[in-house]
Write a protein that binds this ligand. Structure first.
Ligand code: V47
Length: 372
């Protein structure tokens, strides 16, 4: 069957997609330059259903942000604060462990832990935080620290990156989240996150983690001052590292939220752009198993439609999100498990609760509600 495409230039890409062939840089650019969202979504959905059938994955997780104190001053960020800012916070270890336990914690399978680049917290403090969480919640997977935090710790603690990773792995870190990658283009990084590690360093920390057997996610921040070439370059660099290590589990495109950042003049992304970024990722990243439509960032409505545009994951209950809400996100800070199930089913997909490694979690529907 030949589907109706408005943009005839996409037919050669359709042939490649049908044959399971890898798409090129030129294909990536053609996709970004096309307005035929339905054609792009159709192709991404073919790939998504070939890989995951009718399933949409979600998890029951909780975000923990131990501190918002950050030595960096990234223009993209509304979360980080200077230590002298009266609104800045740093939790005590007891507070981290207490907050982790709020609500019905036996339901949670993952803690997602990221924070600012704090100038004073020590390697022992972080290791104790992880060990304390593991001791109190031995069944919960600790997905902790972006590549940017790991690189900063290495510099500040004067330890090689592999030693930092090793220390945290021994303390209980199970994997790493995908944040901090932003966009690898140096020209763009100079504008949105000057002084942060560069794209190559981000990739090298990920490589070191993967080599040690730690899996991670990966992200791309879009919708600010980047162009189509920057986005395709970013995807290809992730794909290339994945060819080497196989360590990325999930890719999450992150839409820039401008409120309360120095880049507030930039308009918010559109639903069209959000869906296109999901679909093009599914088409270009043929070696990364999962594409996540993060509902906090895209809104539950777009994340739901994204399940027909290439995404196979919608993230989880989250419970207490700060990074996007400081930047003006209007979504709620958490979602009940029953609501996730409803959204997924209404998109005609079969919801499957997963743990961080995408093993199925079996439990009785509505046997509990996790919430604070
Ligand atoms: O690293 C910061 C981005 C990331 C803004 O691995 C912003 O499963 C938009 O990485 N507007 C944190 N984006 C979120 C993240 C994430 C989220 C969900 C799941 C996973 C995962 C990872 O958010 C930061 C940065 O790239 N960010 N400020 C902002 N104003």
């Amino acid at each position: 069957m030949i589907p109706q495409f408005e943009d005839a230039q996409l037919f050669p890409i359709l042939e490649k997609v049908r044959a399971g062939e890898r798409l090129s840089e030129a294909d990536g650019l053609a996709l970004y330059r096309s307005a035929d969202l339905l054609a792009i979504g159709y192709m991404a959905n073919l790939v998504r259903e070939r890989m995951h059938g009718n399933v949409t994955f979600f998890n029951v997780n909780r975000h923990i942000n131990p501190t918002d104190v950050c030595v960096a001053s990234c223009k993209l960020c509304a979360f980080g604060k200077k230590a002298r800012d009266p609104k800045a916070y740093t939790m005590s270890l007891e507070e981290v462990w207490h907050r982790a336990g709020l609500g019905l914690t036996e339901a949670v399978t993952e803690f997602h832990i990221v924070g600012g680049l704090h100038p004073e917290l020590t390697v022992d403090w972080y290791a104790e935080m992880l060990a304390g969480l593991k001791q109190r919640f031995p069944k919960v997977h600790l997905k902790a620290f972006t590549m940017v935090e790991i690189a900063y710790f290495a510099k500040r603690f004067k330890m090689p990156i592999v030693e930092v990773l090793k220390r945290f792995k021994e303390a209980g870190m199970d994997s790493l989240p995908g944040g901090g990658a932003e966009i690898f283009s140096e020209r763009v990084r100079r504008i949105i996150c000057d002084h942060k590690i560069d794209g190559n360093e981000w990739l090298e920390v990920a490589r070191a983690a993967h080599k040690m057997g730690l899996k991670s996610n990966c992200t791309m921040l879009y919708g600010h001052v980047e162009n189509e070439e920057d986005r395709v370059d970013h995807l290809l660099r992730l794909r290339s590292l994945q060819d080497d290590t196989g360590g990325f589990v999930t890719y999450i495109p992150l839409a820039f939220h401008p409120d309360n950042t120095p880049l507030e003049h930039i308009p918010k992304t559109t639903g069209f752009a959000d869906l296109k970024n999901i679909a093009i990722a599914r088409l270009m990243l043929d070696n990364i198993p999962h594409i996540k439509a993060y509902w906090i960032m895209m809104t539950p409505k777009i994340a739901q439609i994204a399940q027909r545009f290439g995404a196979d994951d919608i993230d989880g209950t989250v419970v207490e999100e700060r990074i996007y809400h400081d930047a003006g996100a209007e979504t709620s800070q958490g979602m009940r498990r029953s609501e996730l199930l409803r959204l997924i089913r209404a998109a005609g997909r079969e919801p499957v609760e997963r743990d961080t490694a995408y093993n199925r979690v079996e439990r009785q529907e509505n046997a509990f509600e996790i919430f604070v």
